[in-house]
Design a protein. Structure first.
Length: 205
């Protein structure tokens, strides 16, 4: 239990001990579940390129604002999705399990933290939202917008793909958040602002 300001939040951080290297929430295949399922933050997993530092800062910033936030570190979040295996050789492939989809679906809004290669992470976001009917905000390093996601088959709040391939929908994008680096206060403010805006519009309380 951790006190934020004048309010307490309870987070169950020990569903599993994790499968990979890392400590606390940074371990692969761990789920820290908030008592109230408002927001879930998806982390790709710990590695030199996918260190979860920005996720920890984003999570803390949202909790400090008053949101109940769960964190899911995916069991297979690193690398491009399997559908790109003919384009990438000698790399790990990412995916999502039915259990992880169920964990995401309990929540009202998802924050998906990805990296800096749009041709990899746009298909990944599509895989994560393919079977989960949830609105999401994508946080990444690369300068992309909703049109890029729509062109990849992902439903978005402003542009509908010619052939939608997801049940979930990307509401907004925050760019310029570098993996493994401290998240600038301006970016934390942008993330919190967009979460507040969309959370109210999807009927969050």
């Amino acid at each position: 239990m951790r006190k934020f300001g004048r309010e307490f939040q309870v987070v169950d951080c020990r569903e599993t001990a994790g499968l990979g290297l890392g400590g606390g929430l940074a371990q692969r295949a761990t789920f820290a579940e908030a008592v109230k399922p408002d927001i879930i933050v998806l982390s790709m997993g710990p590695s030199p390129r996918h260190i979860t530092k920005p996720v920890c800062e984003i999570t803390y910033g949202l909790r400090e604002t008053g949101f109940n936030v769960s964190v899911l570190v995916l069991g297979a979040g690193i690398g491009p999705p399997e559908e790109l295996m003919d384009q990438v050789v000698g790399s790990a492939y990412s995916g999502i399990s039915p259990e992880e989809e169920e964990q995401i679906a309990r929540h009202k809004l998802a924050i998906i933290h990805v990296g800096n290669v749009p041709r990899h992470f746009i298909p990944k976001v599509k895989v994560f939202l393919r079977n989960v009917d949830i609105p999401a905000i994508v946080v990444c390093q690369a300068p992309v917008d909703l049109i890029d996601f729509a062109m990849g088959g992902v439903r978005t709040s402003k542009v509908e793909p010619d052939q939608p391939e997801t049940k979930g929908i990307v509401l907004d994008v925050v760019t310029g958040v570098v993996r493994g680096q401290t998240c600038p206060q301006s970016k934390l403010d942008e993330i919190v602002g967009k979460v507040k805006y969309w959370f109210e519009r999807i009927g969050g309380e």
